[in-house]
Design a protein around this ligand. Structure first.
Ligand SMILES: Cc1cc2nc3c(=O)[nH]c(=O)nc-3n(C[C@H](O)[C@H](O)[C@H](O)COP(=O)(O)OP(=O)(O)OC[C@H]3O[C@@H](n4cnc5c(N)ncnc54)[C@H](O)[C@@H]3O)c2cc1C
Length: 319
């Protein structure tokens, strides 16, 4: 293991250094950073530090890190590609595991199995290369496979639930299990992973044979539509709010005159009012203040409760 920044004494206790030594011995291959700003990893480029940030490269390391953290009473937070995440500016206590180094993708007939940290976009490219159709809708979703299962990510009429047959998970108790499609209990931007705090390790998609060129053409078309509508040139977390029944979020925000509204460095995107972009060194607090403001205005004007799709985690900064 590589421990970076060993001079910083986490929480100022000697016990912590002992703990670091223990982790170093237990996980010689894993890089663990201390007091690492998560703004370096989130798509919004905001967020406070993780006490410990580890990058496991395989299932065994993930399992062992979880067991170690449990034994040491360290809370554990799992992150994929951090594309649907706001980490409050006070950061995250305990151990954060970013799974993007766990990223193998294999195929077997019509099935594609991807490790949780694999980029969903890469999984769609592998499917296309094997002339497998069904997951084109996800060609531009910038999350990991694990994050896509967690969120039941979807776009252009498709959702992950349409193609997933099973996911291998690690329970909070440290047990590895396989959940089938029904056990994953998918709903709109929901899966059972959110309810039971499991860690997704792998997911298997069941696809259909297709024509590789036609699949590529469909992916290109959807990505062009995405680029035309979304502010892909600026940091964001995608659609901030879930779609309220009977309404379009972007339209509500636009009609309320909030497009372009700015708090600190965070702005309601001029290109897509459902996005909040980081235009000038925004903090997570700027994002959260702006989200709260939008929710209050839309409630007052339209009596519509806007629920966040983006996941908000971590601690508020101390004053
Ligand atoms: C420009 C842009 C466009 C986007 N477009 C879309 C879109 O079209 N459709 C859509 O659905 N989303 C979209 N998103 C949002 C985002 O890409 C998806 O929600 C994606 O599924 C999140 O995956 P992630 O790996 O980034 O998850 P993260 O942001 O890392 O995490 C999100 C949540 O999932 C949990 N999680 C992540 N990995 C695991 C795991 N292995 N096990 C257990 N829990 C885990 C985290 O704890 C967190 O609570 C967009 C985002 C951006 C920035």
């Amino acid at each position: 293991m590589t421990i970076q920044d060993p001079a910083i004494n986490f929480c100022g206790t000697k016990g912590t250094l002992k703990m670091m030594e223990d982790i170093a011995t237990a996980f010689p291959a894993v890089t663990i950073l201390r007091h690492e700003p998560l703004a370096h990893y989130t798509h919004t480029k905001t967020g406070g530090p993780a006490d410990y940030l580890a990058f496991p490269t395989n299932i065994q390391e993930t399992k062992s890190l979880l067991a170690y953290a449990k034994q040491s009473d360290l809370p554990v937070t799992v992150v994929g590609n951090a594309s649907n995440l706001i980490v409050r500016d006070g950061g995250i206590r305990g151990l954060v595991m970013i799974l993007t180094k766990m990223n193998t993708i294999t195929t077997d007939g019509n099935r594609v199995t991807a490790a949780a940290g694999a980029a969903l976009i890469k999984a769609t490219q592998v499917a296309q290369a094997h002339a497998l159709t069904g997951v084109e809708f996800a060609a531009g979703i910038p999350g990991s496979v694990g994050g896509a299962i967690f969120m039941n990510a979807g776009a252009y009429g498709g959702e992950i639930k349409d193609v997933v047959v099973a996911a291998e998970i690690l329970t909070p108790e440290g047990e590895i299990r396989t959940l089938d499609h029904d056990e994953l209990d998918f709903g709109y931007r929901h899966s059972s992973i959110q309810d039971y705090h499991d860690i997704v390790l792998t997911a298997t998609f069941d696809l259909k044979p297709g024509d590789a060129e036609a699949i590529q053409a469909q992916m290109d078309e959807l990505n062009a539509r995405r680029a035309a509508k979304q502010p892909l040139d600026l940091p964001s977390c995608g659609s901030v709010f879930k779609r309220p029944e009977g309404h379009y979020t972007g339209q509500l925000i636009q009609e309320a005159g909030l497009q372009g509204y700015q708090m600190g460095g965070a702005q309601v995107s001029m290109k897509h009012a459902g996005f909040i972009v980081n235009i000038d060194h925004a903090t997570a607090t700027d994002y959260l203040d702006l989200i709260g403001h939008i929710q209050a205005v839309i409630w007052k004007e339209d009596a519509v409760k806007l629920e966040t799709e983006v996941r908000i985690i971590g601690e508020a900064p101390t004053k």
